[in-house]
Write a protein that binds this ligand. Sequence first.
Ligand code: DC
Length: 237
Amino acid sequence: MTNHKIIVAIDGHSSCGKSTIAKAVAARFGYAFIDSGAMYRAVTLFALRHQLISEGTVNEQMLIGFLPEIQIEFRYNPEKQKSDTYLNGENVEDEIRQLPVSQNVSPVATIAEVRAAMVRLQQEMGKNKGIVMDGRDIGTVVFPKAELKLFVTASAEIRAQRRFDELTAKGEPVSYAEILQNVQERDRIDSTREASPLRKADDALILDNSNMTREEQLVWVIGKVEESLKFHVPDSK
Ligand code: DC
């Protein structure tokens, strides 16, 4: 039985189920799960509330000036058995998932200073390993030495359908076409931005889950974590 811990970095396109996989893997191994996208979403919510975004254009200089005042943390919610995202002490977990934030988060996540501040926080959270973090640059920038890196993907149509189902189940009045457009636009911005574009790390394993059930994915990923634990010798410290 191994008792050393590794870092599992999960990157990939939006709405392809990264968080679901990451959460399940974290629970299985007793690791912390960190949804790094939630952090960019919380910064976006802050910017929206302070009128720093107008018709999709972010007032970058003002937002950068506000960064020292933006505190983001995750607190475990025992009722939901998962962590909620807090922005300056307020639980914003639900609000950061809604369309106004989804529609404005990509431009916020292109700002190099915002990324630098989030990466610093993320690296701090992973300093003792035993963490599963999902995002876009986790295996390439945040934890380039992560023991296990996964790159998750699925077709844009399948991802849009999944997000549509998720939001309609919560009673949100959304259209499939609007969501598909949002998914495609976010793919484009995430992959073409200058600061840490979404790309597969050379040593990441690809998981295309277009035609896989959650259970199939979980079995596959757990197998990879177990292999990685066997392969990586514990720190000598
Ligand atoms: O995973 P998500 O859809 O909640 O991510 C929200 C946005 O944040 C998305 O536009 C990509 C961006 N993001 C990022 O640039 N880097 C990360 N590590 C995580 C998310």
